[in-house]
Design a protein around this ligand. Structure first.
Ligand SMILES: [Zn+2]
Ligand SMILES: [Zn+2]
Length: 214
C-alpha cells in the first residue's frame, strides 16, 4: 500500500494521509481537514482515483472539516468510531465553533467502527484499534502488511494527545498508549500532528509514556 502525507495548506489542519492499494487503485483519505477544488487536485496528484473511504481518527474540527465536501465530491464512505460519530453533526463537540473561518457542515457517518473491525483496500486490511482518551471515539488505524500505525491525536512524536477537551479522559489515554506500545515489533507511526516517528522510538523516548510506565 502506498502511504503519503498530503499538504492541505494550513498549519491548523491535522496531518492528512492518503492510502492507495496499487493493485486495485482503491484508496482512502485519513482526516481531511479541508476540501475545495484546489485540494481535489492535490489528492489527484497524490494518486487518489477511486476513493473508497474517508477514515477519521476522531471527530475534532481540525480533522473533519473537509469531510462534507470530499464526500459530496467522491461518494466515499465516511468511517469513524461510533463514540465520535455525533461530532460530525455537532460543532459544539467537534470544537468547530470559533476555531475556524468556515462553519462545519453536518455529515452523517456511513460506517461506524469498533475495536478490531477491519476495512479493506483491495486485499489490504486496515485494522481499527480503539484508543479512547483524547476523545471517547479516538482510534488508530493499523496497516498490518506495511507496519504502519496512524495514530491521530492519541500518540505523537515524543508526547501524547491532550485530555482536557470534551470526551477526554487521561486514565483511558494511558491505557490506550499502553496498548499501542504493547504491539509486537516496530511500526512507522503517522500522527495527527507534527512529524512522523516510529513505535520503537516512542517506546524509548516519549516523555508521556516514560512518565506513565514509572
Ligand atoms: Zn488534532
Ligand atoms: Zn483532536
Amino acid at each position: 500500500m502506498t502511504v503519503k502525507k498530503v499538504d492541505l495548506g494550513h498549519e491548523v489542519f491535522a496531518n492528512c494521509y492518503v492510502l492507495i492499494d496499487e493493485k486495485t487503485g482503491e484508496s482512502a483519505i485519513v482526516d481531511p481537514a479541508y476540501f475545495n477544488e484546489k485540494i481535489a487536485t492535490v489528492f489527484k496528484d497524490a494518486g487518489v482515483g477511486n476513493l473508497k473511504y474517508i477514515l477519521l481518527t476522531h471527530g475534532h474540527f481540525d480533522h473533519i472539516l473537509g469531510v462534507h465536501g470530499l464526500k459530496e465530491a467522491t461518494g466515499a464512505k465516511v468511517v469513524i468510531h461510533k463514540d465520535d460519530a455525533d461530532f460530525l453533526l455537532d460543532p459544539d463537540k467537534s470544537l468547530a465553533n470559533g476555531n475556524f473561518p468556515e462553519p462545519q457542515i453536518p455529515v452523517e457517518a456511513d460506517i461506524t467502527v469498533s475495536d478490531g473491525d477491519e476495512l479493506f483496500l483491495g486485499d489490504e486490511p486496515i485494522r481499527v484499534i480503539s484508543t479512547p482518551g483524547h476523545t471517547m471515539g479516538s482510534v488508530c488505524y493499523e496497516l498490518e502488511n506495511d507496519r504502519v500505525l496512524i495514530t491521530g491525536d492519541t500518540l505523537f512524536c515524543m508526547t501524547a494527545g491532550r485530555t482536557d477537551l470534551y470526551g477526554g479522559n487521561e486514565s483511558m489515554l494511558i491505557e490506550s498508549l499502553k496498548r499501542l506500545i504493547a504491539l509486537d515489533g516496530d511500526y512507522r507511526v503517522l500522527p495527527g500532528h507534527n512529524r512522523e516517528t516510529t513505535l520503537e522510538r516512542e517506546r524509548a523516548r516519549n516523555w508521556y509514556i516514560r512518565r506513565m510506565v514509572k
